[in-house]
Design a protein around this ligand. Sequence first.
Ligand code: ADP
Ligand code: ZN
Ligand code: ZN
Length: 751
Amino acid sequence: MKQFADIVLPLAQPTYTFAVPDTMEVSEGDAVSVQFGSRRYYTGIVWRLHNEPPKAKRIKSIERKLYDRPLLDAQQRTLWEWIARYYRSTLGEVMRCALPALIKPSADSAEQFLEEEFHPRTEHYYALAEPYASDEQALNTLFDQLERRAPKQYAALLEVVSHPDLKARGEVARRLLEADRTLLNALCKRKALLEHDHTPEVEYGTPQFRLPTLSEQQQTALNTLRKEFTNGKHTALLHGITGSGKTELYIHLIAEVLSAGGDVLLLVPEIALTAQLIERMERIFGARVTAYHSRLTDHRRSECYLRLNRSQGGEFVVGVRSSIFLPLKRLQLIIVDEEHDPSYKQAEPAPRYSARDVAVYMAHARGIRTLLGSATPSLESWQNATTGKYALAALTERYGEAQPPTIYLSDTRRAAQRNERQGHFNKLLLDKIEATLARNEQVMLFQNRRGFAPYLECPTCGWTARCPHCNVTLTYHKQRHEFVCHYCGHRTAAEVRCPSCRVVDLQPMGFGTEKIEEQIAELFPEARVGRLDRDQVTSERAFNTIINDFASHKTDILVGTQMISKGFDFERVSLVGVLNADNLINNPDFRAGERAFQLLTQVAGRAGRRSTPGEVVIQTCDPHHPVLQQVLNADYHAMARVQLAERAEYAYPPFARLTLVALRHTDPQTLHGAALALATELRKRFGRRLMGPITPPVDRIRGEYIAQLLLKVEQGASHLRANDLLSEAVARLQAVPAYKSVIVSINVDPQ
Ligand code: ADP
Ligand code: ZN
Ligand code: ZN
């Protein structure tokens, strides 16, 4: 019997040692309740059991063991440890992020903790009582009696008996019955029925799936993947243009694993945007599909975790990045769809992990397979695939009759000179919208900015409204007549007159989705217009309404931010318009070119997904920009070649690894002192590999000033070791009394 347990608590702290009471049997990975600090009760995870008495004189005991089995197995504990080390966080921070909130309650008293404890939902079931279950004669007699004396009970019993579940499983859930509860109770009293509660079990049936027949090219790609996986490659990249049938390939690979009793995890960028994908998977895999995302209630997520923790295998989870932490004990295959999507990386809070990169790590560590899929792979994955680290398979044509869309670059400056511009629309785009609507087809319009105008400016004195807490201009939202800060959410009633010269009307500068919606309604009064952006999508319901209206052609035009770029498959969309590509390509970020190519290609991919040929109009001041030319020619390889050459020259990923250190403080003097001290210290060790202190484009958010340092470690050098040294230097800085209150966060592989 081990006497002590090192326990992970959901705090940014190391593990703490507790005594294991003699009467308690715990194992590593178990969840327990402990009392910690002055009064608080927490859920903790038993990380290590041992017999080494800790130095502290008084040591507390574990209060109670929770759940009937460990919440984490050895593989998951290894994963947490790897994430904590690689992404420089504590195990407690991993715990906070990895486990759904309700299964790890904390409370101010033991009684309150008991109340907060999570119990999975149970359902009420009815079964036939004996002798009726086994004696048909007796059952018939009962029916005869009821028919005469209690016709309503007769009907209720008939419903239970004729329900297919009764035959298949010997019981029927009350949820599935129409009969009144009082009638069912009466039948129980009569000892005709038995009632009991238990957690619902999911019935999967035999794993036989109706799989799509693949085209020749799809079959070749699938064979390549199978062969490479069998030959020992752990990770593969599937580069397939939009509409080429990557999903159909996934389906074949998923079916193989499920048939053999293994688990599959399909990672998707943002679940609401992939409702269609889930539906498609459910059509083939039925009840096996478990969706896991942030829009589920906490209750559902907690139940899902516990259910999977008991599962015997054959599970198929479709989920967002945090589903990488689910207890899939027979995980054999991870698919990362749209692997280039930045939302796989958690920016805040720690651990700042990338689910895609974790999936690649897991493939290697567990000897399983990870498939990355994209029409526009990240340059990191592309480099790994072309240098042979990953396997590579390609789909170069759209499935069936669907053709790639025709893309037009429309010069906004020239249109303005020729007076061929109304509002934010060039004539070319307007003509095509008109023609599309006339054919009774649909249009999607993309503008990478929500709100009405990014800012209002006084034409006389240049005054603009700025956020009092952040160093940015406020965005004007016309519908609510408000100024909104897109960094901290600060809002105020919008001014109409310039507050500094008082006479002049403020002019909207730039434009967002709201303004586009307004202009399109003026230009095409007959068209029904919907808008999809974060302001409109206040709930899952609101989101679904907007999408369903467009899918069922209740709206003709959908205006949106990049929310509309991902994954959608609308049959009748034959025109996609991009209102302004310039802010994408001119972003001051080393990934701007790659991102612009990815986003524009994705948006363009929404057009002409069926037999109707698609058209895409991209408005820009700079139609000769190389990235736009690459989009025009659908030439991913050219984009990759050019961008990779630049990255190699300036030592950016994938030729170097980056770690971004952000320092925050309300006092700019303290902040700069700390940033300089840390930079000086690190420079001694890393020399020119350390850059900064840098002032980020937005250098004040929510009243805190921000400074950054960037560490670049070229390929070949040990990045893990460098980050260890970096963490040590940060710890030393935080031990200096003057800098104690400076908040330092480390972001490994920032996006
Ligand atoms: P991607 O994921 O590469 O964008 P999809 O898998 O969504 O492409 O395929 C595009 C469209 O073509 C979908 O409507 C899909 O059902 C159809 N499709 C692709 N391959 C097949 C196939 N082998 N059999 C039937 N339909 C297919
Ligand atoms: Zn003014
Ligand atoms: Zn703000």
